[in-house]
Design a protein around this ligand. Structure first.
Ligand code: AKB
Length: 342
């Protein structure tokens, strides 16, 4: 039997980095990547096949379908929230039409080899839309079924694609004489802001936290674009990668939801600044609030209720706020920029 393959789209992005390093340790599956940009060489060396191309290229997806027996799709490719507001039509094409192409790809792959293809999809706290700060303060930890009224193109795209995934998993072509449902085993996490020590995000609105940390480590000034009291949930990247892998591996019967909240810590921007200053006391971090980006972050919840993920598939982040900084972010970032400077 051919070795099964995991297809990772958007593999060159922030999550892809950590994910490929982890998946490369597991020799039960080959890794095939699809990204519009070439992977960085150390990551490219870990994969069986690197395909440079677009998720909008159906001919390319057909060729992948013919060549590989894919049993797991981890679909990371997306335009993030800030970027999507500048180019909403392109965002819709990449985030929605791209996801539709991948779901259709998984459906056909499942039909061809007769087993369900597990499809792991990272959604986001952007799928929520709280109407004002009073409601946000009162709501506290929001459940998956609350405030599903996103205010951004990216949030709308994510929420809709969660539904699309559910449709493929449960109701695909339900009126056909011989419905082919159950070929796509769709599973989704709603990520908070992710903070990586090895990559700097681009195009997101939760980017202020990672930008603050990386700027301090590089000895650069940083003007934070949200108010000091802004609070949204965050997670250290290794916990984000663990969450995707844990969700991909859990037996289908254990899952009671299509989309699961996952959270780890929920600091204000000022608390992030304070903890960064503990390690980089000379860091120059000031405030230059961008009212429009602030409006987006204000519409996201202050925290999420992730009880369902903990119960159904044992989600349990390793890093709380202090540990994320002391054991992961600060030591890894210091090493990264020391190496870069030497
Ligand atoms: C963004 O800021 O767009 C993302 C997200 C919260 O999904 N980091």
């Amino acid at each position: 039997m051919r070795k099964p393959v995991v297809l990772i789209t958007g593999a060159g992005g922030e999550i892809g980095h950590g994910l490929i390093e982890r998946l490369a340790d597991d020799d039960r599956r080959r890794i095939v990547t699809l990204d519009v940009n070439p992977l960085e060489p150390p990551i490219a060396r870990l994969v069986h096949r690197e395909v440079v191309g677009s998720i909008l290229d159906k001919g390319l997806l057909d060729r992948l379908l013919a060549e590989f027996e894919i049993d797991l799709v981890i679909h990371l490719a997306a335009l993030l929230s800030t970027r999507s507001e500048f180019t909403p039509v392109t965002a819709h094409q990449v985030n929605v039409e791209g996801t539709l192409n991948l779901l259709e790809f998984a459906q056909r792959e499942g039909e061809s080899h007769g087993r369900p293809v597990v499809f792991v999809y990272p959604s986001s706290i952007a799928a929520y839309g709280l109407p004002d700060l009073d409601t946000k303060a009162r709501a506290g930890r929001v459940r998956e079924d609350q405030f599903a009224t996103p205010t951004t193109m990216y949030g709308c795209n994510k929420l809709y694609c969660e539904q699309l995934g559910h449709y493929y998993a449960r109701h695909y072509k339900q009126l056909a004489a011989d419905p082919q449902t159950g070929r796509v085993d769709f599973r989704c996490v709603r990520f908070p802001g992710l903070i990586s020590a090895v990559t700097v995000p681009s195009g997101g609105t939760s980017d202020y936290a990672p930008e603050m940390i990386h700027a301090a480590a590089r000895g650069e000034s940083y003007a934070c674009f949200v108010r000091p009291d802004t609070r949204i949930p965050f997670m250290a990247m290794p916990d984000g990668v663990d969450a995707l892998l844990a969700l991909s591996a859990v037996p289908r019967e254990a899952l009671t939801k299509t989309a699961y909240n996952v959270g780890a810590f929920s600091p204000t921007a000022d608390e992030v600044r304070a903890i960064v200053l503990e390690s980089f006391p000379r860091a120059d971090i000031t405030w230059a609030v961008d009212a429009k980006r602030q409006g987006i972050v204000d519409s996201w919840p202050a925290d999420v209720d992730d009880e369902a993920a903990r119960r159904d598939w044992g989600f349990s982040p390793r890093y709380d706020f202090r540990r994320a900084f002391s054991e992961y972010l600060i030591p890894t970032i210091r090493k990264r920029y020391q190496v870069a400077a030497s």
